[in-house]
Write a protein that binds this ligand. Structure first.
Ligand SMILES: [Zn+2]
Length: 374
C-alpha cells in the first residue's frame, strides 16, 4: 500500500489522535502503528480498524489517522540507545486509547523502526523473529537470514565483531582545542580524506608514534602556515573559477551555494562539480583556520591504532548509554551471551591502560581521551 505522507495529519499528542479517532466514526476495534521511511527518515503511520453498521450490515473498514515523526537522524549517533521518541509516545497513546475505547493496540515493532512488519490483517503471513520475537514478513532477499528481523541481523553481525575483537582503527577526529575545551571540526574514516591533509602531512608523520591513541597537535605557527597554504591554493583555484549553469534535468538535485571569501562572493554548485566542491571545502577549512588563529585554539587530531570493535562498544556503552560512568556489572549485563565477565574485565583494563577509562571500585568512567575516540 502506498500512502502519501503529506496528505495525512501529523499527530503530536493524544488529544490530536483522539480527535482523529472520533472523526473516523464507527466502533474502534484496532489501533495499528506501523513504520515507514522516506528520504526524511522514519515515521509511524497510525491506522484505525473500525466497525460500522448494525447486525447484518456490519462491516469493517480501515482509516488512516495520521503520522508520528520527529525527523532527523541525530539519534543514530548513539548506536545502542533505542532513542525513538515517536515509538515511546505512540506506546503511551496506545495505552490511553485502550483505556478509553477498549480497543486492541497493535504495534509490532515498538522498539525500533522496521518496515517488514505485517499490517493487522496480514498477521497470518508473518513469523516471529527468532531473536526478538517481533512479527515480521520474512525477507525475500537471498543475502539475509529469513528467521530474524533486519535489526536482529545487524545486532548479530555487530556482536560477532565484538566477540572476535575485530580491529577498528578507522576514524580520525579533528578538534579545536583551548583550555580543556574540545570542539569537533571534522571526522573522516581515513586521514587522507581531510581537505587539509596534504598541507599538514609532515606534522602528522612527525608526531605519529606506535601507541593506541595518538594526538597530533598543530600550534599557532603551524596553523598560520596552514592558513597561508590554503590561501595560496584557493587563489589558484579561484583564478579559474567559473560559475557555470546547472542543467535543467539536474535542478532537482543540485543548487547553488554562495560562499564569501575575502569580501568576494562565489556561487558554487553544492554537488556533482569537483572544482566547486574543492573550493567550498577549502574556504570552509580556511575559515576554521581563521577562527583558530583569532581565538587562540590549537588543532588536535586523534588517531587510533590497535582499537577493536570490542573496545569501541564498551567505550560507547559507558559514554552514551551510561552517560559517562557505568557499573562494571552493567557492562557485563549489556554483553551477556556475547562476552564473558573475564573478557569484559580484560577490556576494561586495556582501556584503562591506554587512558580511555578510569576504574574506581566497581565503576568505570570515561576520560577525555576516551570521549575523543567515540
Ligand atoms: Zn528481531
Amino acid at each position: 500500500m502506498i500512502i502519501i505522507r503529506k496528505f495525512m495529519p501529523t499527530i503530536t499528542s493524544f488529544e490530536e489522535l483522539d480527535k482523529e479517532i472520533q472523526k473516523a466514526g464507527g466502533k474502534p476495534l484496532v489501533l495499528e502503528a506501523l513504520w515507514d521511511g522516506d528520504t526524511q527518515g522514519w515515521y509511524l503511520i497510525l491506522s484505525l480498524y473500525i466497525e460500522t453498521g448494525v447486525l447484518f450490515w456490519k462491516k469493517q473498514e480501515v482509516v488512516q489517522l495520521g503520522t508520528v515523526s520527529f525527523g532527523g537522524d541525530i539519534r543514530l549517533f548513539n548506536g545502542a540507545v533505542p532513542a525513538w521518541p515517536e515509538a515511546e509516545l505512540t506506546k503511551e497513546w496506545g495505552q490511553k486509547a485502550i483505556k478509553k475505547y477498549g480497543l486492541t493496540f497493535y504495534f509490532p515493532s515498538d522498539k525500533e523502526p522496521d518496515d517488514n512488519c505485517p499490517g493487522w490483517t496480514d498477521r497470518h503471513l508473518a513469523i516471529n523473529c527468532a531473536d526478538c520475537n517481533k512479527l515480521i514478513i520474512p525477507t525475500d532477499s537471498p543475502y539475509l537470514p529469513k528467521e530474524i528481523c533486519y535489526h536482529c541481523h545487524l545486532t548479530r553481525e555487530s556482536n560477532e565483531k565484538i566477540k572476535n575483537a575485530v580491529p577498528y582503527d578507522n576514524g580520525v577526529t579533528m578538534y579545536l582545542f583551548r583550555n580543556e575545551e574540545y570542539k569537533q571540526i571534522g571526522y573522516c574514516s581515513y586521514f587522507e580524506s581531510f581537505t587539509i591533509a596534504p598541507f599538514i602531512q609532515h606534522h602528522v608523520k612527525h608526531q605519529l608514534i606506535e601507541q593506541a591513541i595518538n594526538v597530533v597537535t598543530l600550534d599557532q605557527p603551524d596553523i598560520i602556515a596552514l592558513k597561508e597554504q590554503l590561501e595560496h591554493t584557493l587563489e589558484n583555484k579561484l583564478a579559474t573559477y567559473q560559475r557555470g549553469e546547472i542543467e535543467e534535468r539536474m535542478k532537482l538535485f543540485v543548487s547553488f551555494y554562495t560562499c564569501t571569501y575575502k569580501g568576494k562572493q562565489y556561487e558554487l554548485m553544492n554537488k556533482y562539480n569537483e572544482a566547486h566542491r574543492l573550493i567550498i571545502e577549502l574556504i570552509s577549512s580556511w575559515e576554521t583556520a581563521e577562527e583558530a588563529i583569532s581565538e587562540n585554539y590549537s588543532y588536535k587530531i586523534i588517531f587510533k591504532k590497535g582499537i577493536t570493535y570490542r573496545d569501541d562498544a564498551i567505550l560507547r556503552f559507558v559514554n552514551y548509554v551510561s552517560k559517562g560512568t557505568a557499573a562494571i556489572s552493567a557492562i557485563n549485563k549489556q554483553y551477556t551471551g556475547v562476552l564473558t565477565e573475564a573478557i569484559v574485565m580484560d577490556t576494561i583494563k586495556k582501556l584503562e591502560q591506554i587512558g580511555c577509562l578510569e576504574i574506581s571500585g566497581d565503576e568505570v568512567s570515561i576520560t577525555r581521551t576516551g570521549k575523543n575516540i567515540v
